[in-house]
Design a protein around this ligand. Structure first.
Ligand code: GTP
Ligand code: MG
Length: 197
């Protein structure tokens, strides 16, 4: 699945512009700069399929990537980006939530949390929203190459405790690094389960 073709096929700036629902979708959500676009690149083995940047607020639309016609990965704008204008933030977030709530072929949301930073209020709000809307989500810890093993272990335990309070959460939390490729085989296996044969 991940070795086959992988193409950007759609960018939606407004909820009215979403592509018609087709193959099963998995969406990537998380705070600005947490590493969503980088994770999509690492998963698919492409350097710059999704545009990543050290500047938060890089991804400004819902970007749809087709994997061999069998699965669609959706790169979303980040939330919790303090510097963006309020109106812009509300637009992005409104679109993100409308998409998440209304998408019949959405199978799972991968929620990215930074291994180096504590869970923020905005992350908790998003998890509560997933619970309320009964949207299955799975947490991935990002940037694990950048944290010492002890600190990672503490962060991991904190996230396990957090996730156990959310009925919509998948219990398996995956430590990853888009730089070293850690966790990619495991995450690919999780996602492959949703793909069309
Ligand atoms: P927005 O589109 O703004 O919401 O950000 P994003 O979540 O898509 O983050 P992006 O993938 O653009 O990455 C943000 C920054 O984090 C970039 O400078 C990346 O190089 C860096 N980064 C992403 N993943 C990793 C990782 O696994 N390890 C390290 N060390 N840095 C990473
Ligand atoms: Mg991005």
């Amino acid at each position: 699945l991940f070795a086959g073709s992988c193409d950007f096929f759609y960018g939606a700036q407004q909820i009215g512009q979403l592509p018609d629902p087709g193959a099963p979708e998995v969406a990537f959500a998380g705070r600005s700069n947490v590493g969503k676009s980088s994770l999509i690149n690492a998963l698919t083995g492409r350097k710059s399929l999704a545009r990543a940047s050290s500047e938060p607020g890089r991804t400004k639309q819902l970007n749809f990537f087709d994997l061999a016609g069998r699965l669609v990965l959706v790169d979303m704008p980040g939330y919790g980006f303090a510097k963006a204008a309020k109106a812009v933030k509300e637009d992005w977030q409104g679109m993100m939530f409308d998409y998440l709530r209304g998408r019949p072929n959405l199978r799972r949301v991968i929620l990215l949390l930074d291994a180096r930073v504590e869970t923020k209020a905005s992350d908790r709000e998003v998890m509560e929203l997933f619970d309320k809307a009964a949207i299955n989500f799975q947490v991935v810890l990002t940037k694990c190459d950048n944290v010492k093993p002890k600190a990672e272990e503490a962060r991991y335990r904190e996230v396990v405790a957090e996730v156990s309070r959310h009925p919509a959460a998948h219990p398996l939390i995956l430590p990853t690094s888009s730089q070293t490729g850690r966790g990619m085989p495991e995450l690919r296996a999780e996602l492959a389960a949703f793909a069309l044969p």
